[in-house]
Every structure is written in structure tokens, then in C-alpha cells.
Design a protein around this ligand. Structure first.
Ligand SMILES: Nc1nc2c(ncn2[C@@H]2O[C@H](COP(=O)(O)OP(=O)(O)O)[C@@H](O)[C@H]2O)c(=O)[nH]1
Ligand SMILES: [Mg+2]
Ligand SMILES: [Zn+2]
Length: 390
């Protein structure tokens, strides 16, 4: 995909740009960037002049995940004053960066910015390669992907214990595992479930999530349950919360932070002219730990490239399938089908297989649509061919 050349180009742009920072929020589409250095605003003109000087190689080579320390500056105590050591700057994308491609900075992205004198916004001229990324199908364009967050270590999938939707949870787990980060499930509103039923629900969801995915029950009324979730978000860990609206994500973020701020608190951002505006906060520190992102406005969760995520989220089904006699077994009525055998012995629930099949179909369908769109644009369908050969 020419990724090497692109990365090289981005590396060059990073050097040319000079000032670096982390995207902490998208404000009506404009990334808010928390700059690494405080004197960037005053020094903008000077930095622009020095921009030809190459940065040390180590600083541009790898995308470091933002440390929770670097996010502390967004705390209202420091953001209150203009002398905040690390300003938040509202940015737009450089035309050269987005031309012809769906490249947009997402929460957590490490970026290089320019602060042109007389311009009321910063300009993002490079996005560093992402260590992890949460990707869904763009709801507005069936043939494009959308990155919602980057460079996090943990995806916490949030579902309410009193209104669990297994199908939705399975889809969320595929998306979560596809990111490459660690995955956990938090079942909120445990207090709304009969105590006698809680253990059974947890056991059930643990079986669904698989051995490597912790499943925790949580209730705002039970501090120790919040403490256990907090332990997942240790020092240096950046976690993102995903889940449908109303499942309790913001409440959980508040509880993890130990104070009510998610819906009410705000931070102040400054634009290129040093003016202040107030914005809702999305990235919140966990006392004694890392940081949590409560991703706003995630409605549809259409799958994109999710083969890895599917394999991890459905390790049970894929494990069985690998034992079928024929490698291309369709798990219908072929002889020696381990999946059918597991259905017969009730080791595998038919709904589980249905979920797997429908998610696999969706991934295949998205791939077909994407390849079609690519062909329409006159590009090679090399991606698809490579995959089919496996
Ligand atoms: N009973 C109970 N209600 C909760 C709990 N967590 C959240 N809620 C309620 O669920 C509703 C939605 O919560 P919110 O955090 O806004 O969900 P979000 O849309 O995912 O951010 C609110 O009325 C919360 O008070 C909980 O642990 N127990
Ligand atoms: Mg919310
Ligand atoms: Zn089979």
C-alpha cells in the first residue's frame, strides 16, 4: 500500500513541523492538540524559522503513547490560567496531509503542528504511525474507514448488566480485539440486578469473552467494584471506553476519577491567537493510574477489516473450525466437522455460531464493497487478491 513511502513522508513532515502534541478531543471536527511544550505559542514564529533543523531521530521514529503525566495539563487547575505549561490548541489538517485520502487525526494521535502567525488555528502537518487504533466503518461512507481513537493500551467494552445485549457485546469485542490493545468487559449497573443472578451472568459473559479478557461487574453504589476497574487502568495506561449511549460510560469515568466532572467539567483551549474557549473534557486521569477516554457519539459500530478481531473474539469457534477434517469446511454437513460435533454435544451454542457467521459475512461484504470502490477509482485490487490466496 506504499506505507513505507507514506511513513517516510510523514517522518519528514514531522521534522519540518517542529512542534508536537497529542490530540485530546475532536471539537466539531477540529482536533484539539495538547502541545508537548508550553512555550510553543510564543515561540511559534521562531520554531517555524528553525523548522529545517532535523529533530533527533529517536523522537520521530516511533509513536510514543501519551503518558498520563502529559495529560495532567488539561486539568482545570492548570488550564484555568493562560500560563498553562502545555496549551491546548484548536487545529485543522494541512491540505497536503488529507489530500486524496481519508487521513484525519483521532483522539490519542501524536501529531506535529505548525502555528502560523496570524492564523487562528494550528495546522496538523503529520500524524505519527499509530501503535493501536480503534477503527470502524465510516457511517457516512460505506467504503471508507474511520479511526476513532489511537495509541491506547486498553479497550473497556461497557455493557449494562441489567440489559445485556450479547450480540452487541460480541460485535464490540470483535472491534476491540481488532485494535491490538488489551480488552476488558465492564458490566455496569450491577445494583439493578438481583444479587443472586450476578454470579451467573458474570460466569456466562466470561465464557463468551474468553480466558484472556477480564470481565468485571461494576456499580456506582459499590466503591470496591469501581476500585477493581481502576486497577485495570494502571499508571501509564490509556484506556478507551466503548459502548452504546446510556450504558453508563460517563458515570464510570466519573467514578474512576473519583469526582463528578465528566458531564459538567470543561477545559479551556486556546487558538492560534491565544484566545480561550471552553470545551468538554474527554480524557480524564485516573488517580494513581492512567487515563480514560469516554468516546462521545459512537453510534454505529460497523466492522471494517476485522479478521484478527473476529479470530480473537471467537477463539472458541475458530478453534473448533481448525479441527474440522477439511480445511475449507463450511460446517454444514461435511464429514468430520468439529463445529457440527460441538453443536451436537451442546459444547457450542447455535446462537454463538450464528453470531460468528453473520459477523464474518459482514467483514467479507465490507471487503467486497471496498474493492469495488477501489476498482471504480481505477486502483488495483491487490489487497483482495492477496487475501484470497491464503
Ligand atoms: N443504578 C445505576 N445506574 C447507573 C449506574 N451507572 C450509570 N447509571 C445511570 O445510567 C444512566 C446513563 O449513564 P451515563 O453514564 O450517562 O451513560 P453513557 O451514555 O454511557 O455515558 C444515568 O442515568 C446513570 O445515572 C449504576 O452503576 N447503577
Ligand atoms: Mg456519556
Ligand atoms: Zn466444519
Amino acid at each position: 500500500m506504499g506505507g513505507g513511502r507514506k511513513a517516510q513522508a510523514q517522518g519528514d513532515a514531522t521534522r519540518a513541523c517542529g512542534i508536537r502534541g497529542t490530540v485530546v478531543k475532536l471539537d466539531r471536527g477540529f482536533p484539539l492538540v495538547l502541545l508537548d511544550t508550553g512555550d510553543a505559542l510564543e515561540g511559534a514564529a521562531a520554531s517555524a524559522a528553525e523548522s529545517e533543523a532535523p529533530m533527533p531521530e529517536a523522537r520521530v521514529r516511533k509513536a510514543p503513547v501519551p503518558s498520563p503525566q502529559s495529560l495532567e495539563a488539561s486539568d482545570e487547575t492548570t488550564a484555568e490560567t493562560m500560563e498553562t505549561p502545555r496549551p491546548l490548541v484548536r487545529c485543522e489538517h494541512a491540505t497536503a496531509l488529507v489530500k486524496g485520502e481519508h487521513v484525519r487525526a483521532a483522539i490519542g494521535d501524536r501529531v506535529a503542528v505548525q502555528l502560523p502567525a496570524g492564523h487562528d488555528r494550528g495546522i496538523i502537518c503529520a500524524i505519527e504511525p499509530r501503535a493501536t487504533a480503534f477503527v470502524r466503518k465510516d457511517p457516512a461512507d460505506r467504503t471508507a474507514k474511520q479511526v476513532l481513537a489511537a495509541n491506547f493500551h486498553l479497550v473497556a467494552v461497557v455493557e449494562p448488566m441489567n440489559d445485556l445485549n450479547r450480540r452487541r457485546l460480541e460485535r464490540e469485542l470483535v472491534l476491540a480485539h481488532e485494535t491490538g490493545a488489551s480488552v476488558a468487559v465492564v458490566l455496569t449497573k450491577a445494583d439493578l440486578v438481583d444479587p443472586a443472578q450476578r454470579a451467573g451472568i458474570l460466569q456466562d459473559i466470561r465464557a463468551l469473552a474468553g480466558r484472556d479478557t477480564p470481565v468485571l461487574g461494576a456499580s456506582l453504589e459499590d466503591a470496591s467494584s469501581i476500585g477493581k476497574v481502576r486497577e485495570l487502568v494502571g499508571p501509564g495506561c490509556m484506556a478507551i471506553l466503548i459502548g452504546k449511549s446510556g450504558v453508563g460510560k460517563s458515570s464510570l469515568v466519573n467514578a474512576l476519577a473519583g469526582r463528578a466532572l465528566q458531564s459538567t467539567a470543561s477545559v479551556r483551549a486556546t487558538d492560534g491567537k491565544g484566545r480561550h474557549t471552553t470545551v468538554d473534557r474527554v480524557l480524564v486521569e485516573v488517580p494513581g493510574g492512567g487515563a480514560v477516554v469516554d468516546m462521545p457519539g459512537v453510534r454505529g459500530l460497523g466492522l471494517w477489516d476485522a479478521d484478527q478481531g473476529l479470530a480473537r473474539a471467537f477463539a472458541d469457534v475458530e478453534g473448533l473450525a481448525s479441527q474440522c477434517r477439511f480445511r475449507d469446511c463450511s460446517h454444514g454437513d461435511e464429514p468430520g466437522c468439529a463445529v457440527q460435533a460441538a453443536l451436537a454435544s451442546e459444547e457450542l451454542a447455535p446462537e454463538r455460531l450464528d453470531s460468528y457467521r453473520s459477523l464474518a459475512r459482514e467483514i467479507a461484504q465490507v471487503r467486497v464493497e471496498r474493492e469495488e470502490a477501489r476498482r471504480m477509482r481505477g486502483e488495483k485490487a491487490s489487497d483482495a487478491r492477496r487475501r484470497k490466496r491464503r
